[in-house]
Design a protein around this ligand. Structure first.
Ligand code: BV8
Ligand code: ZN
Length: 261
């Protein structure tokens, strides 16, 4: 009996907090979103830290860090080329599409993504802040020029810039600062949001993981959608555990029904 009651209370609490999330979204004017690798998982792109995460098999510092790149640029280039090839052959999923649809509904709306796959833009989202860069762009380590990867002569081994400098993926590695204006704007969005989403992220990488906390401190209604509990889960106003590609479109559908009712 005890177990049943506990389950009933848990389900009831979950429904009530999902209802509260729907109400918050019906009344919101300003919505901010933080996304992580989990939102692209159903498109077929592996996450970093989940069950079959990339980091379980590879050493992040080796592959997503300057020291690893300088030590073995070939290995790092192959890893990014491998990820690029995957990204070029996948499509945005229902979660990306739901977020893109939401943009025209709210007067102020933006996505700050930790992902480097460009899937939000391909789903139609207009205001996307790429906190960790974009895998489809490269930059020269000497002159800093950014290059689309088709401007690189790979026949020479590690891609080289016309100035002779070494070319690297234009992403933010560990120990590197995030693009200042993008980070500042993302924090501004979090501070002024009525509702702030955290979707498909382990909330383990900073300073991005501070964004939903900042939103919470400034009075936003924080909704987490993630497959597993994270450090944010106990703090969020509503935490929906499940696949973003299912939970988010269903939530958005209920909001649309309520506002048009
Ligand atoms: C910096 C490269 C300073 C691109 C990546 C406090 C403040 C500031 C910095 C730090 C700090 N504490 C520690 C640091 C240092 C460090 C850091 O945060 N370390 C962590 C590990 C503790 N931060 C940095 O180094 C940052 N730089 O702060 O510089 C500075 C300032 C001035 C001057 C010099 C220096 C740079 C951080 C960026 C590093 N780059 N990647 C690339 O190759 O991709 S990190 C990597 O982790 C990715 O970018 C990824 O986006 C990011 C976060 O991971 P998630 O997106 O959350 O993915 P993850 O797999 O972890 O989680 C996915 C979740 O989805 C899981 O929970 C899973 O359950 C869930 N899921 C799975 N499937 C689904 C799902 N959810 C829903 N639906 C599904 N279907
Ligand atoms: Zn150059």
């Amino acid at each position: 009996m005890e177990l049943l009651t506990r389950k009933f209370i848990k389900d009831n609490r979950l429904n009530c907090s999902r209802e509260k999330a729907i109400d918050a979204l019906c009344n919101a004017k300003r919505v901010g979103v933080l996304t992580g690798a989990g939102i692209s998982a159903e498109s077929g792109i592996a996450t970093f830290r989940g069950e079959d995460g990339l980091w379980n098999k590879l050493n992040p510092e080796e592959l997503a860090g300057m020291s690893g790149f300088l030590k073995n640029p070939q290995l790092v280039w192959e890893w990014y080329q491998y990820r690029r090839n995957i990204i070029e052959n996948v499509k945005p999923n229902a979660a990306h599409i739901a977020l893109a649809e939401m943009e025209s509904f709210y007067p102020e709306y933006s996505i700050s993504t930790q992902n480097i796959d460009g899937l939000h833009q391909r789903a139609g989202s207009q205001t996307v802040f790429e906190l960790h860069g974009n895998i489809l762009r490269n930059r020269c380590m000497e002159c800093g020029v950014t290059l689309q990867d088709d401007h690189i002569d790979e026949q020479m081994g590690i891609p080289k810039c016309s100035c002779g400098g070494l070319v690297r993926p234009n992403v933010v590695w560990f120990g590197e600062p995030l693009p200042e204006s993008i980070l500042t704007t993302s924090f501004e969005v979090a501070r002024h949001a009525d509702v702030y989403f955290s979707i498909g992220t382990s909330a383990a990488v900073y300073p991005a993981a501070y964004l939903p906390i900042e939103a919470l401190y400034h009075g936003a209604f924080v909704i987490e959608i993630n497959l597993e509990p994270t450090e944010l889960t106990p703090l969020a106003n509503t935490s929906l555990q499940g696949k973003a590609g299912e939970m988010l479109p269903a939530l958005w559908q209920d909001v649309k029904c309520k506002v048009t009712a």
